[in-house]
Ligand binder design. Structure first.
Ligand SMILES: C[S@@+](CC[C@H](N)C(=O)[O-])C[C@H]1O[C@@H](n2cnc3c(N)ncnc32)[C@H](O)[C@@H]1O
Length: 273
């Protein structure tokens, strides 16, 4: 597992280095539009979205295999309002949630062997007709081309750590895989830590096929409003066992979702990793 999430010193800095998290607004909106009451955040990391959802009064479960990240999440104000599970998408108990989320490209950290099991695990954790929404980088945008020191190096002052220099480099691209390495230099004590991630790029057709097999109906593929043209955001619904579309979709949130959909439009150049 990536050191970035499991090393205590790196997990403690994840939020400081990860920016303002405007990427999560989209997920908060979807939770509200679907009128979700019970939400599961898969790959919750340091718990930022889970805690935002709990602040809205929702019943939230966060699951992550990185104990150090979960420790950060648990210790945050309001952490006791979320149920934290040490595990992954394949080991979920029956939760009967209305909505499951996977933010910040969690799906790309899941290897091919685990991917069908992960989708199956999430499906079982959802109530019939519940929704899964997640994002993955659009392979067509070739994000790996910007994973170099020139594009990514920053020096930040991190509370309790002082100046931290960070950059990433691509180690290997053998599509559909790309491997990148983050380097963190703690300028106060000279410690250097690295974290290597092997990311799986999945295109739209491939994701759609996996969703079908796992028993999800595709409702929409959207843009991520904060990263226009770079992400595929899948909005899906767990089919009933017969896989026939049910319900009350039009009676509840889905009508509103359709109306507010940020459909993917023309792409924009630029941006970093
Ligand atoms: C980039 S972080 C995103 C964390 C969080 N979702 C956020 O928005 O900040 C990716 C997370 O996915 C988790 N992860 C990796 N493989 C996973 C799996 N098979 N099931 C659930 N989570 C996983 C990692 O431990 C890490 O916390």
């Amino acid at each position: 597992m990536d050191e970035e999430f499991r090393h205590p010193r790196l997990a403690a800095m994840y939020d400081a280095l990860d920016g303002n998290r405007s990427d999560l607004d989209n997920y908060l909106e979807i939770a509200q539009e679907l009128q979700a009451q019970r939400v599961l955040d898969v790959g919750c990391g340091t718990g930022t979205l889970a805690l935002m959802l709990a602040d809205l009064g929702l019943e939230v479960t966060g699951v992550d295999p990185a104990a150090a990240s979960l420790a950060v999440a648990r210790a945050k104000p309001g952490g006791q309002r979320v149920r934290w599970l040490d595990g992954d998408a394949t080991t979920l108990p029956e939760l009967d949630v209305d909505l499951a989320t996977m933010t910040a490209n969690v799906a790309m950290f899941v290897d091919d062997q685990t991917w069908p099991q992960a989708l199956g695990g999430v499906h079982r954790a959802l109530r019939a007709g519940g929704h899964l929404v997640f994002e993955t980088r659009d392979p067509a945008r070739r994000a790996w081309e910007r994973w170099n020191r020139a594009h990514t190096e920053v020096v930040m002052v991190v509370s309790g750590q002082g100046h931290v220099r960070r950059w990433c480099e691509v180690l290997d691209v053998a599509l559909p895989w790309a491997t990148l390495r983050w380097t963190f230099v703690f300028e106060t004590d000279g410690q250097v830590l690295t974290s290597t991630s092997r990311l799986r790029f999945r295109g739209q057709d491939e994701v759609e096929a996996a969703l079908r097999v796992a028993g999800f109906d595709l409702i929409d593929i959207r843009d991520a409003p904060d990263r226009p043209g770079r992400e595929l955001v899948f909005l899906t619904r767990a089919s009933t066992p017969s896989t026939t579309a049910t319900a009350n979709d039009t009676a509840t949130g889905l009508t509103k979702l359709g109306a507010r959909s940020h459909r993917r439009g023309p792409t924009h150049p630029g941006c970093t990793a």
